[in-house]
Design a protein around this ligand. Structure first.
Ligand code: G6P
Length: 369
């Protein structure tokens, strides 16, 4: 096992650090930026299904559901296709309206999650075209779907999902870009800008990982918290949810993710000097509005830990701590802003003496309903 950890203390840390390579492996052979091409057989062969779809329904559980939420923003924003994202366990039991004009995308790292598998079977019965995004090759979901794309993240051992999440987002971004191109809703220059920037992402993830020492210091300050709030907006709202989930899963600290603007409809009542608030405040993405949320937290003495774009001055003046990530296109920011939140949860869990790779009560894959 020590050899498999490759010198890291835990699988989770190894998998966090593998992300630049994992993302590259996800687009290797698919993204041909110099030719302006994205090759994905599962999409190419079924392009008509996607182009004629009334909507895309995404089903998943846990972290994969958060990747689905990011994909909702990407598909609607880039490809202008309506998307609904559902917990597989809710979708399958609520007599959903599904027709043969629907495309269902099931996202699952393991490809074995019972509720996701059942949702797929239901959608197929009703005539929908079902596409899988899985990591485990030959898994039940990979076999049950009509077509699919693997994430190629390599085995993920840590129960808390890390590289599966960022590679799922990468695959879904590639699909959205292909559909945007095929629909003609994207200018050539915008399309090329995306392809080129996707190729820069592994280096930018690498740069984001360089905040590790700073994150360890921040983790030490907040490790004894009993509650934490995570806020983000737009593309980074699902990242806030995922940040909170990571902390809950491995450190057993209660954490809640919220859309930043909804703070005033509830969570603001909880803010006092004992409440750390992790805010994703990257440039673009309603930046000024998030800054005003930060001011509201500050005036209630909440502790602010902000994830900001490199060189940001405005938030630095307000926040207790800032963690920088490189600048990128707005829809690709989740691939970077997720990284410091993963590291933060990891360090807090280690400092609290928790079993990081095998947290209590959780399983890597949930094959029971
Ligand atoms: C479990 C795991 C999570 C995972 C979820 C969905 O709860 O602990 O890390 O996100 O299942 O799993 P899947 O394999 O379908 O992505």
């Amino acid at each position: 096992e020590e050899i498999e950890k490759g010198g890291y203390d835990h699988f989770m840390l190894k998998e966090i650090y593998e992300q630049p390579r994992a993302i590259k492996d996800t687009y290797r052979g698919r993204l041909l930026a110099d030719q302006g091409l994205i090759r994905m057989a599962g999409i190419d062969l079924n392009m008509e299904k996607f182009l004629n779809a009334n909507r895309i329904i995404i089903v998943a559980c846990g972290t994969s559901w958060h990747a689905g939420l990011v994909a909702e923003y990407i598909f609607e924003d880039l490809a202008r296709i309506p998307v609904e994202v559902e917990y597989a366990s809710e979708f399958r039991y609520r007599n959903p309206v599904i027709t043969d004009k629907d495309v269902l995308i099931a996202i699952s790292q393991s490809g074995e999650t019972a509720d996701t598998l059942a949702a797929i079977k239901l959608a197929k019965e009703k005539g929908a075209f079902v596409f899988g995004v899985c990591n485990v090759v030959g898994s039940s979901i990979a076999r049950e779907t009509d077509a699919g794309a693997y994430t190629h993240a390599g085995p993920e051992i840590g129960v808390a999902s890390t590289k599966a999440f960022t590679t799922q987002i990468t695959v879904l971004t590639l699909i959205a870009l292909k559909l945007a191109k095929a629909k003609g809703v994207f200018s050539e220059s915008k399309y090329h800008e995306y392809l080129t920037e996707l190729e820069n992402i592994p280096n930018k993830v690498e740069k984001s990982l360089q905040s590790n020492a700073l994150i360890e210091i921040i983790a030490d300050v907040y490790k004894d918290s009993t509650n934490c709030l995570y806020l983000g907006r737009g593309y980074n709202f699902p990242v806030a949810l995922e940040g909170a989930l990571k902390l809950k899963e491995i450190s057993y600290i209660h954490a809640e993710g919220y859309p930043a603007a909804e703070m005033k409809h509830g969570p603001i009542a909880l803010i006092d000097e004992h409440m750390p608030v992790f805010v994703i405040a990257t440039k673009k993405g309603h930046y000024e509005k998030v800054v005003s949320n930060i001011q509201e937290i500050k005036s209630r003495k909440g502790k602010i830990i902000a994830i900001v774009t490199e060189g940001d001055e405005q938030v630095r003046d307000l926040a207790d701590h800032v963690i920088e990530v490189p600048e990128t296109l707005e829809s690709l920011t989740p691939l970077l802003t997720t990284i410091p939140l993963q590291l933060l949860s990891y360090h807090i869990a280690v400092m609290r003496g928790c079993n990081v790779d095998q947290p209590r009560n959780l399983a890597k894959s949930v094959t029971v309903e």
